[in-house]
Design a protein. Structure first.
Length: 239
């Protein structure tokens, strides 16, 4: 048999992944089948299954196509002597890599989240198939290891238990991601009820403001007062 070129194989994979993404934009992820993707790709069933055995392999391949321009560990190492700047830059890079493109990938993962939670074996297999540096958990882990080191060096002096600080960070980041996905993909804005005026008002998910708020919260919980936090935020933005 003639040898198949690498370019040919990569082109076939790309056709399948592009078709899968189109299907995922049309249907809820939990309703997408391999049959849908075969039909959309216009390839034979065998032609698709030659590259991917199931939906999860296709989703992980879509994720793994993403290129990481910089590793969070490198950011923290570069600014190791300026811990406040290190945390700021990590959050800025996280914003560009994870939160800005949520309409592309976030909808798929959001719609599969409950499915995975109810099938731990499937979730573990899927998680292990995704390149670790492109996962939010990896970025969070690197941040926490960095903060741990700076606490050991007596640079940070947390005002509450560090585990509670870490939970605050995790919940906030996940919440921001969820709100962005819901707002961008389902045309639903968060609402707030004003008890004084008996009015319900829509809120805008302002990513920069939310991450600034998280940054200030982290610094406050790590032992900084408000005046110092405002000064630091100005410095890290300007430098």
């Amino acid at each position: 048999m003639p040898k198949v070129s690498k370019e040919y194989l990569e082109n076939k994979r790309k056709i399948i992944l592009d078709a899968a993404y189109r299907v995922f934009t049309k249907k809820p992820a939990y309703n997408v089948s391999m049959k849908d993707i075969v039909k959309e790709s216009k390839l034979s069933q065998g032609g698709v299954y030659k590259y991917f055995a199931n939906i999860d392999e296709i989703i992980s391949a879509i994720l793994n196509v993403r290129k990481l321009d910089i590793d969070p560990a490198d950011i923290l190492k570069e600014y190791n002597h300026k811990p406040e700047k290190a945390i700021f830059e990590l959050l800025e890079s996280l914003k560009e890599f994870f939160f800005a493109p949520t309409e592309k990938i976030g909808k798929i993962l959001f719609e599969l989240h409950v499915v995975f939670l109810n099938d731990k074996k499937r979730m573990n297999i899927f998680s292990n198939s995704v390149n670790e540096p492109i996962t939010l958990n990896y970025w969070i882990k690197e941040l926490f290891l960095f903060i741990d080191r700076k606490i050991e060096e007596n640079y940070f002096n947390p005002i509450i238990d560090i585990k509670d600080i870490y939970m605050q960070i995790i919940v906030t980041l996940r919440g921001i991601g969820t709100e962005l996905i819901i707002t961008k993909n389902y045309n639903m804005k968060p609402k707030i009820y004003y008890y004084k005026s008996n009015e319900i008002s829509s809120l805008d998910v302002r990513l920069d403001n939310l991450l600034d708020g998280l940054y200030k919260t982290i610094l406050f919980l790590l032992g900084y007062d408000n005046n110092k936090i405002n000064s630091i935020l100005k410095d890290v933005r300007d430098s």
